[in-house]
Design a protein around this ligand. Structure first.
Ligand code: FE2
Length: 412
């Protein structure tokens, strides 16, 4: 009991700390092929030499060319660094920083998914701290005095929200372990939401990224932190946009309007991570994903409903308000019925994405390790409930597809 109360107290701390971290407030440009405005954006801001960071896949697809042309038209030097791997490590970040020093970069343009965006954050921060090795920058919090070098984010997926989040995940080259860093002083000055970039994504990637974005908005709505009205509205809008537009882009991948709506949803989800933190959906998904090598979005799809059902009673009012906001329920409706309509709509969406309803792959002997990891990870979040070891075990049963239902046994 004492340990439970201690965990409950500690769990309130990240919310307090994260509130104090300054968040980027970038301008946003959006639309089909809107990356062509990168040159004008840099010109207006007075940048002279830009390092365009991307990965090999996007480079081979030629998605960077429109950006390079727009910079050249404005007489801004541009160097392309396309060596970012799917799981960037400290060596790659170090190489990026060397490239940035060589071209005297005063601005970064990050074109890519979460890996490129996170690596760019570390390169932009590392450039200000050039006397230190990148490995030494991977602390829980990295303070960059006077802000990092300015960065323009151009996400190529609609899901992670990394275009705006202050966190970055980079693998330590020597140990192979992932390290998550919150950058204090991250200077993301502009986000370009170009719907063309997400159109060629495989269906599975679109679905996984979309469900990930949905989970960010959803966990933002029910988070146990003081939420500013604007942030709550963005979290709700994230959920509404995904529920309405993910089915459209799954059926019609080249629908510009819905692709752009998904890009917006992902950015709002990123804001939710920054302002409200995530919750147990992410704690379960991180631990299960890491142990069984399941991509993040797929692990989220497995964890989302069991976790939300479990904590439904605790956040009934917020869920019912969200259901009304998403036009799934009437404001006069009973809160429980309204919340059920929302969760049913989410369940239908997960099934439409072809994710399995249950896992059926977690052996009982892995439970102690998973329980420990989920419990430890949850300290970083702001979930509306605090789960005991027994609660986590019951939820693992639920995710794994055992017959036992595990809702509404939270501790208040
Ligand atoms: Fe996520």
């Amino acid at each position: 009991m004492a340990s439970y109360l201690l965990r409950k107290t500690i769990r309130r701390m990240p919310g307090v700390v994260i509130k104090a971290v300054p968040k980027p407030r970038p301008e946003v440009t959006e639309g089909f092929q809107s990356r062509q405005h990168a040159g004008m954006i840099c010109k207006v801001k007075g940048y002279q030499s830009c390092l365009l960071v991307t990965d090999r896949t996007l480079y081979c697809l030629g998605y960077h060319e429109m950006i390079v042309r727009s910079l050249e038209e404005k007489n801004i030097c541009c160097t392309v660094f396309y060596d970012i791997a799917s799981e960037p490590n400290t060596e790659i970040v170090e190489a990026g920083r060397t490239a940035a020093i060589a071209c005297n970069a005063d601005c970064f343009i990050a074109l890519g998914g979460g890996s490129v965006l996170d690596a760019s954050k570390m390169i932009a921060s590392g450039l200000r701290l050039h006397r230190r090795r990148v490995k030494s920058l991977l602390h829980k919090f990295l303070y960059v005095r006077g802000k990092s070098v300015p960065m323009i984010s151009i996400p190529s997926t609609a899901g992670t929200g990394a275009e705006i989040t202050v966190g970055a995940v980079v693998t330590k080259s020597d140990k192979g372990a992932k390290g998550s860093t919150v950058v204090i002083g991250l200077n993301i000055v502009h986000v370009i939401l170009d719907s063309e970039l997400t159109m060629k994504a495989p269906r599975t990637v679109t679905a996984a990224c979309g469900i990930d974005a949905l989970s960010h908005g959803l966990e933002g709505v029910v988070a146990a932190v003081k939420v500013h009205e604007k942030d709550m509205l963005e979290s709700k809008e994230c959920v509404r946009l995904v529920l309405e537009n993910l089915p459209v882009v799954l059926k019609t991948p080249d629908c510009e309007t819905s692709r752009l709506a998904m890009c917006r949803a992902a950015m709002y989800g990123g804001n939710a991570i920054n302002e409200q933190l995530a919750g147990y959906i992410h704690a379960f998904a991180h631990s299960i994903g890491a142990l069984y090598h399941i991509p993040h979005g797929n692990a989220i799809a497995l964890s989302l409903l069991p976790v939300m059902q479990f904590q439904k009673a605790k956040c009934l009012l917020r869920l019912s308000e969200l259901a009304v906001y998403c036009r799934l329920a009437d404001s006069a409706e009973n809160p429980e019925a309204a919340a059920d309509k929302l969760l049913n709509a989410i369940e239908a969406l997960i099934l439409a994405c072809d994710f399995p309803k249950r896992g059926r792959f977690i052996p009982r002997e892995d439970y102690p390790l998973l329980i420990k990891r989920i419990s430890n990870d949850s300290i970083n979040y702001s979930a509306p409930v605090v789960l005991s070891r027994k609660d986590i075990s019951r939820l693992l049963d639920e995710i794994n597809g055992s017959k036992e239902k595990s809702h509404a046994i939270y501790r208040s």
